[in-house]
Design a protein around this ligand. Sequence first.
Ligand code: ZN
Length: 75
Amino acid sequence: MKNKSKKLTVLFLLVIIIATTICAQATIKTVYITNSGTKFHTENCGLISRAKNVTPIEESEALKKGYKPCSRCKP
Ligand SMILES: [Zn+2]
């Protein structure tokens, strides 16, 4: 019995570690803004490939600053 509960604890910890890793990857997402624009874009968006002064920024940071997701590339 004691051995079984220890196995469950290890399994439980593993699940937590995996879930945390997935969450961390989901929250850190880099998007791109331009000096003049009010939208943020993905790296491959056609709208920023022609723009100058493109700045990489974390998505949560862009949202905090009032940027909106681009309707064309849907970051
Ligand atoms: Zn875009």
